[in-house]
Design a protein around this ligand. Structure first.
Ligand SMILES: Cc1cc2nc3c(=O)[nH]c(=O)nc-3n(C[C@H](O)[C@H](O)[C@H](O)COP(=O)(O)OP(=O)(O)OC[C@H]3O[C@@H](n4cnc5c(N)ncnc54)[C@H](O)[C@@H]3O)c2cc1C
Length: 417
């Protein structure tokens, strides 16, 4: 058997050399069309299942109906529906129903030199009891992460720990009542408990950006936490949605504020997930659209954000949360041009679990820091997240065709198409 193994290794080496020469010619630092590396983690059966799933998600009407039926059925506690969801879309995009049963996925990511961000995927909650429960789950995730070397960070949403209406009311500038003041204090305590535990346990926390009409209080909370916990290292990261016209300036302002306050800015750069909702609300309520007018404008702002972060890397730790090949290629190039180590712990690439494995695993293989965003939690509770993934993947010109093309290429390479 050993004799058979050697030539294969040689071929792999030759292939790498050829790729390096080709990359030099194209100016690319990493090749994102290496599907062998991208799907190494998947068995033939798993790959065929992913092809089937992305094929289904390509049908817009099916996703529309499926989301509604799925939500209703799960609310009615129909066990067979839960089992179908679990064995299809949940398996593609989530780690497991608990921390412990997410471990096999975390281990497999680790085998490909890829780190994990744990995200307790429960959303759309409204009671104080739910919010306390989310806080406890996030704290448990931090403790779990601190016992492993491959989970440097957990992710959370302020709306998991605060009522949406409360955040809206704060942003509108409503005066506090006795009740809302008490509610506000509880939110602050929950967020602080999460960040404090992370600081103590050597873990970081990424805090998501959400709708623009609740983002001001979120920014306020996160800035407060960064000031408190980011003195030595970036424990807390805010998220900057570069599809918003004002966010490049906000990144610069946050940086200056951190500099003045003597703390490190933690920044997650994303394009932004609520474009249609944002535009619709602005139209309906008659205020200027906060989103860039074109995709190109968002792309430019995103890439300018990366350039700004790289230029100030001594005082910013940042993560590029993106499935965009050009932006990922650009960041890899900028790091190399600046002579930064590819595994510099201040700079991370991040993609969602189940998507853009061609970026994640090829970047990791080339030595960059990659962290996959891995939601976990009960199937029924992760449904809003799963529906967002299905809708995103069914949008015209969306991610699905990209994913499906890559999977089909790999099936062909393996000779099983
Ligand atoms: C690890 C990770 C964490 C994330 N965290 C958050 C978060 O906290 N908050 C959040 O909102 N999103 C978050 N996202 C989602 C992200 O914002 C994007 O929606 C998603 O990743 C698609 O953008 P992209 O950079 O991958 O690139 P692409 O697929 O190239 O870009 C698509 C994006 O471009 C923008 N866009 C598209 N068309 C237009 C247009 N006509 N005009 C202006 N802009 C346009 C939109 O933002 C759209 O989502 C996260 C994504 C990842 C991978």
């Amino acid at each position: 058997m050993k004799k058979l193994g050697k030539p294969v290794q040689d071929i792999t080496k030759i292939r790498k050399v050829v790729e390096e020469v080709m990359n030099e010619e194209t100016g690319n630092v990493v090749r994102f069309d290496d599907t062998e590396t991208a799907f190494k983690m998947k068995t033939d059966e798993e790959l065929k299942k992913s092809a089937w799933l992305f094929g289904m998600m390509n049908r817009h009407w099916l996703v529309g109906i499926g989301s509604k039926v799925g939500l209703a059925a799960i609310r009615m506690h129909l066990p067979f529906v839960e089992s179908i969801v679990k064995n299809t879309i949940y398996e593609q995009f989530c780690g497991g129903t608990t921390l412990l049963n997410s471990e096999p996925v975390i281990n497999r990511l680790s085998e490909q030199n890829t780190f994990t961000i744990l995200d307790y995927g429960v959303e759309a909650k409204e009671t104080e009891e739910d919010f306390n429960n989310t806080m406890n789950e996030v704290i448990r995730a931090i403790e779990f992460a601190s016992r492993r070397k491959d989970i440097p960070v957990v992710s959370t949403k302020v709306t998991g720990m605060a009522r949406f209406g409360l955040l809206e009311s704060i942003q509108r500038g409503d005066t506090f009542t006795k009740e809302t003041r008490a509610e506000y204090k509880n939110v602050l305590k929950r967020i602080d408990a999460v960040c404090h535990t992370a600081a103590q346990k050597g873990i970081s926390v990424y805090i998501d950006a959400e709708e623009s009409w609740i983002q001001d209080p979120i920014d306020h909370f996160v800035n407060m936490m960064m000031r408190r916990y980011n003195k030595e290292r970036a424990v807390v990261y805010n998220t900057f949605q570069m599809y918003r016209k004002d966010r490049l300036q906000f990144l610069i302002t946050s940086f200056n504020q951190a500099k003045r306050g003597g703390y490190i800015l933690g920044a997650k750069l994303v394009r932004g997930a609520y474009m249609e909702k944002e535009r619709q609300r602005a139209r309906e309520m008659g205020y200027p659209d906060p989103i860039n007018p074109t995709k190109e404008a968002s792309d430019k702002m995103y890439n300018d954000g990366l350039r700004f972060a790289i230029d100030h890397v001594d005082e910013i730790s940042f993560v590029a949360g993106s499935h965009n090949e050009q932006s990922s290629q650009l960041l890899a190039q900028l790091m190399d041009e600046k002579g930064l180590d590819r595994n510099d712990r201040r700079i991370w690439f991040s993609q969602l679990y189940g998507m853009s494995d061609n970026l994640s695993f090829n970047l990791a293989e080339a030595g960059y820091n990659v962290v996959k965003y891995l939601p976990f939690g009960p199937v029924a509770e992760t449904l809003p997240y799963l529906i967002r993934r299905a809708e995103e993947n069914s949008a015209a010109g969306g991610q699905t065709s990209r994913e499906l093309n890559l999977i089909e290429k790999e099936l062909h390479r393996r000779g099983i198409d």
